[in-house]
Ligand binder design. Structure first.
Ligand SMILES: *[C@@H]1O[C@H](CO)[C@@H](O)[C@H](O)[C@H]1NC(C)=O
Length: 225
């Protein structure tokens, strides 16, 4: 190959890789503390920036992760995810943090995925069975029982879960690679869609009787929060 051809190939490759970046973009400045201004005439991918000279340490700090979440719900777990909506200083920084509480003997953060982030989850207290499943066609399960001090990575966009398999409460802290990773709880999206998905779709897709599908669709699919 001639040098010129190589250069063209290299330039095309460089361009292509800049178009497929699947993560929050570089912030381009030290910070851009988010503000909510409904009257602003412009929309940005993220939030508008507060004038940096008005930024304070309060924009970059958050309190309350010492407090247990209220786990009185069907899943017997509670997720407290702090995104840029709740902590304006996270805007453009590409990170967010969650505290997750689990009741003993089965408290569950049900199968879900984050459409905009990878995750690492650290067990602070208790014992969690945690894992993720790879995408089509293999659907390989990677799962393990984790104890305090262990952490696990959940790759970008893959379905994952954690369940307390111990006899004591469990607590985990999760960091995600987006200021707004999003959460899609699989069962809730499928069976709790508004309006309901035509049962015939789910009957065939899930190999279930139509009456089971219709029963599932009438249930209350509360998101873990
Ligand atoms: C926890 O949540 C339940 C159900 O929403 C509610 O009835 C209860 O008052 C809450 N407990 C506390 C301590 O906030």
């Amino acid at each position: 190959m001639k040098v010129a051809n190589l250069l063209v190939a290299f330039a095309l490759l460089a361009l292509a890789s800049s178009f497929v970046t699947a993560y929050d973009p570089s912030p381009l400045q030290d910070f851009c503390v988010g503000i909510n201004d409904a009257d602003a005439a412009v929309l940005v991918n993220g939030k508008l920036c507060k004038n940096p000279s008005f930024a304070t340490i309060e924009d970059f700090t958050y309190s309350g992760f010492d407090v247990r979440g209220n786990t009185s719900n069907q899943l017997r777990a509670h997720v407290n995810l702090i995104t840029a909506d709740l902590m304006p200083g996270l805007n453009t920084l590409g990170v967010s943090l969650a505290r997750i509480d689990f009741e003993p003997n089965g408290g569950l953060n049900p199968p879900h995925y984050h459409p905009r982030g990878s995750e690492v989850l650290l067990v602070l207290e208790g014992t969690l069975y945690a894992g993720f499943v790879t995408s089509n066609p293999d659907h390989r399960l990677f799962a393990k029982i984790l104890k305090a001090g262990d952490f696990i990575a959940f790759p970008f966009g893959l379905v994952h879960f954690q369940m307390n398999v111990g006899k004591t409460p469990a607590v985990a802290i999760a960091a995600l690679t987006s200021q707004n990773p999003g959460v899609n709880t699989v069962a809730n999206a499928i069976f709790g869609a508004h309006w309901p998905i035509n049962p015939e779709v789910l009957t065939t897709a899930f190999h279930l009787d139509k009456n089971i599908v219709e029963d599932l669709q009438t249930q209350n699919w509360v998101n873990p929060s």
